[in-house]
Ligand binder design. Sequence first.
Ligand code: SME
Length: 162
Amino acid sequence: MALSTTRIDELRDELGHLADEAATSQELMQTMVKLLHHRMLKYNWVGFYMLEPGANPPMLALGAFEGAMTPHTRIPLNQGICGAAASSGQTVVVDDVNKDPRYLACSLETKSEIVVPIFVRGNVVGELDIDSHFAAAFSAEHQDFVKYCAALVGKKLEAASA
Ligand code: SME
């Protein structure tokens, strides 16, 4: 079995348990960014952006993250890869950020990025954003895994607001 598959399978199990055990969605997000950043070698910046409640125009605000501080702590929905994912409700994968005019630079070392929306009862409430220093780091296998992580957070948020 490929090394990345083993690591992803292990982390899936571990994160599933953590989601059950976390006292709050905030605690889950904090643990998740740490685990993903420390254990996935090509996940060089891992963070959540959450929609600010009641903001007009809508705005994404930086939440729990691991990696270098980013200048982009608030992102409007019409800007960046982050804005594109939140406004469309679709996962956005960029294999070479330097070729994507939407890209807002966080670190000069970043080569590829994935942003997966987080849903609560069908509405986008935020997203999980991961940057890599490696081009095309987010294969189909990684996309599935990051979607799984975002869905765990969505379920936790949904349970908290039931
Ligand atoms: N690259 C993102 C901005 C966030 S930083 O990567 C942390 C974007 O283009 O929206």
